[in-house]
Design a protein around this ligand. Sequence first.
Ligand code: S3P
Length: 186
Amino acid sequence: MRNRVNSFDQSIYVTGFMASGKSTLAKALAAELQMKYKDLDEEIEKREGKSIQAIFDEMGEPYFREKEREYLIDLTYNFKGVVSLGGGALQDQMIVDHLKINGLLLCVKTPFAEIMERVKSSSERPILYDEEGKIKSDATLKTELKTLYYKRLNFYEQAQIKVDSSKYGSKNEMVKAATDKIKRHV
Ligand code: S3P
């Protein structure tokens, strides 16, 4: 069987719930494995000429999801490297299967309490605001985040590689563990 990643001929798609630390790990992995790096959200912002928040506000979430899917599929054909996905990019089984056929899907897992704290202090995430643009209460945010998390869990769980960020004392340790797992994966 062909060794998919030791020869670095496959892309690595880094998934996980929002604020789980995907881009931090993905960037470090790209440097470690000497691969190129792309962030799907940044790619969407570049191609649409707008911030993610502005796309949600002006075009609505369904439009964002359509573009997220389109640009991700495009990257699977036209970009080789480490790609950090948005937390909702695994929209359905077809995308999960497509990413696993075309590369390696790696999921970063981070405890929910940590996610909640990071999301609350970010100010940039569309989920923080209600339809009138007002900031949601902690209780509402928590319920919505939990609902989303459990809705997506089945997709995250299908990743070929999982990295539990709470197990490591430092970013370097986590990157080393992730690299080892990638190299062991055949
Ligand atoms: C989203 C996560 C965000 C971004 C958008 C929607 C989500 O990316 O794609 O705000 O639905 O989980 P991060 O996971 O990098 O925050």
